[in-house]
Design a binder for this molecule. Structure first.
Ligand code: IMP
Ligand code: MG
Length: 194
């Protein structure tokens, strides 16, 4: 698999050559998740809120699947950041770009790439409650339950995975690899970590 040249120079010990979840499994799971969602959601005033930047690809696939079920949501994004660069979260969630649409009284479905410590989604949901949403649900493609610091459960989860660092389908390592159409595991040379 092609390694990102810039990141390879900065972190020569990393490898991205193990596909964990391929495109067909993602596609099939997106369809299943949407089938669950349409039974639960109020189609007349639904707002999908994607947490940027990791959710962009998942959200794009979800909305097209929802369309096939006759669901026509408003779509907005919130840019939240806790990671800085690298693979360790700073623990502090920051709003880099807030919502643009008015969500007061609306049913909101928050979409994120991965539920890790739980801080980001907890923060997003608290913020949406403060904005007067009628009802909030959350949907994540991936969940690492063993990593939770803040108690949090998503309403819809694509795949639960073990504690490892993954990229692709929107997820990044230092802003690289978001474009991969599948989820891949990042491995590091033990000898290089010291
Ligand atoms: P949380 O606030 O710790 O739950 O982290 C959520 C955010 O951390 C996600 O939206 C991702 O941006 C990032 N993150 C957590 N685990 C991974 C990973 O394995 N690969 C890439 N990003 C990750
Ligand atoms: Mg993210």
């Amino acid at each position: 698999m092609k390694i990102n040249r810039r990141l390879q120079e900065a972190v020569p010990s990393h490898h991205v050559n193990e596909i964990m979840i391929d495109e067909s499994r993602i596609r099939a799971r997106v369809d299943e998740l949407v089938t669950e969602m349409v039974d639960d959601c109020r189609a007349d005033d639904l707002v999908l809120v994607g947490i940027l930047r990791g959710s962009f690809m998942f959200l794009a696939d979800l909305v097209r699947a929802l369309y096939l079920h006759g669901i026509h949501p408003r779509i907005d994004f919130m840019t939240l950041s806790s990671y800085g660069s690298g693979t360790e979260s700073s623990g502090q969630v920051e709003v880099q770009k807030d919502l643009s649409v008015d969500v007061e009284g609306a049913d909101v479905l928050v979409i994120d790439d991965i539920l890790d410590t739980g801080r980001t989604l907890k923060f997003a949901c608290d913020r949406l409650v403060a904005k007067g949403t009628a009802n909030i649900r959350t949907c994540v493609l991936l969940d690492k339950p063993s990593r939770r610091v803040v108690p949090f459960a998503a309403n819809y989860t694509g795949f639960a995975i073990e504690d490892c660092f993954v990229v692709g389908y929107g997820l990044d390592f230092d802003s690289c690899y978001r474009e991969l159409p599948y989820i891949a595991r990042v491995t590091f040379d033990e000898s290089a970590s010291g």
